[in-house]
Write a protein that binds this ligand. Structure first.
Ligand SMILES: Nc1nc2c(c(=O)[nH]1)N[C@H]1C(S)=C(S)[C@@H](COP(=O)(O)O)O[C@H]1N2
Ligand SMILES: [Mo]
Length: 198
């Protein structure tokens, strides 16, 4: 009798790995608070600004010359869809922040188009976040934030700013776009921190 491997699909077959209140989706929804930004590689820049106003900036060629890595992660949107095993290529924030001197504890992430989102600096460090420019082996589609977006998979996906253009290091935790509209200041999907006060 043939023994069928139940492990072939692994946990992808069931709800293990799904944070509370989430459902699994296999397509890739697009959620944008405004229009898709169209940023050419010529115009693209990524700038880190410290709390003292010191700046560090990369153009596209400089950014692409940095060591990049592939990462495969599960993502969780606060509108309750989760997607397992998404694979990306990008530059770790550990690389981009390596030479930045700061005593700030928070970051306000800025995007082309004006979107912002906030998080503690430590949530961007130690292999937890990337500026990604490829999805599933292809250049990142503009609807999903191309040419480059932030990827912080351990927090709700609204923290993963599309069309990212910089990080502002801040001493205090300053609410970004959704955080200012009542969403949770931190947004841990495992603790179901959807809204302010959760
Ligand atoms: N610049 C920008 N980044 C953004 C958003 C946005 O509206 N603008 N939406 C956020 C939200 S709520 C989610 S769920 C994800 C959606 O990413 P996707 O459209 O690639 O699925 O992007 C996040 N990053
Ligand atoms: Mo979202």
């Amino acid at each position: 009798m043939a023994v069928l491997s139940r492990g072939f699909h692994g946990r992808r077959d069931d709800n293990a790995g799904l944070p509370p209140g989430q459902y699994l989706t296999h397509d890739f929804p697009v959620l944008s608070a405004g229009p898709t930004q169209s940023i050419s590689h010529d115009r693209w820049r990524f700038t880190v600004t410290s709390e003292t106003g010191e700046r560090r900036s990369w153009d596209w060629a400089q950014f692409m010359a940095l060591p990049s890595e592939e990462t495969t992660v599960d993502i969780h949107c606060v509108t309750r869809w989760s997607k397992f095993g998404t694979s990306w290529r990008g530059v770790s924030l550990d690389v981009l922040l390596a030479d930045v001197e700061t005593s700030a504890d928070y970051v306000l992430v800025h995007s082309y188009g004006g979107y912002t989102t906030n998080l503690p600096l430590e949530d961007l460090l130690d292999g937890k976040a990337w500026i990604v420019h490829e999805y599933e082996g292809e250049p990142l589609d503009p609807v999903h934030g191309g040419p480059a977006r932030l990827l912080v998979p351990h927090l709700y996906f609204w923290k993963s700013a599309k069309w990212v253009d910089g990080l502002q290091l801040t001493v205090d935790d300053e609410p970004g776009f959704w955080e200012g509209l009542g969403y949770h200041v931190y947004g841990d999907p495992w603790r179901e921190q959807r809204y302010d006060g959760d």
